[in-house]
Write a protein that binds this ligand. Sequence first.
Ligand SMILES: [Zn+2]
Length: 181
Amino acid sequence: MNQKSELEKYTEYGLSGSPQIKADEKRYWLGEFRERVIFALTYEQINRKEAVKIVEEKCKDHSVKKIIIEQDVQDVIAEKFMDVANKYQKDYKMIDTQNKKGEIALVLVSNEAVDEKEIVMDEIPMLPEAFYHSKNKKLCKKHMEILQEKAHFFIDEFEEITLLDKMMGIKCGVCEHMKES
Ligand SMILES: [Zn+2]
C-alpha cells in the first residue's frame, strides 16, 4: 500500500470519526487490523490440546509472519506457541491490550491485507480420543479416512499401513487400542 493512499484513508477517517472504530478493532485483534489477521484463537480454544497443532499447520502458510499472544495467556501455554514461532521462523510477540473482556488470545498475522473470511473457528477440530491412544502411528484405511474427516490437521502425524507393513505384521494402532479397551 503506498503512502498516498494511507494518507487519503487517514483523512477520510478523520472526517467520519472512524479512528476510534479502528482503535477498537485493533485492540480486539491484539493490536492488528482485522484485514491482516489470518487466524485467531479465543481464550477458550487456546487451552485445548489441539490448538498448538492447528496453529502449527497454519504457520506453514508463508503469508503468516507473526504470532501475537495476549499477555493474559498462561505462560505454559504461551511457551508452546513460542516454540512454534521459532520452528517456523515467525516473529513472536506478547501484547497487553488492556482489554480484560477480550475474547481473542492469539492471532496469526500477515504483513499485508489478506481479508480472510473465517478468522475464528466455531469449534476447534478435536482428535478423537482413540487416536491419542493409538498404539503406533500406522493406521488402517478406515481410520485414515476418519482422521481426514474429523481432524485433518493431524493427518501428517499418522501414516496408512502399506502392504509391506502388513507383511511385517504391523497393525493399525487405533484398531489395536480399541480391541483392548
Ligand atoms: Zn484401524
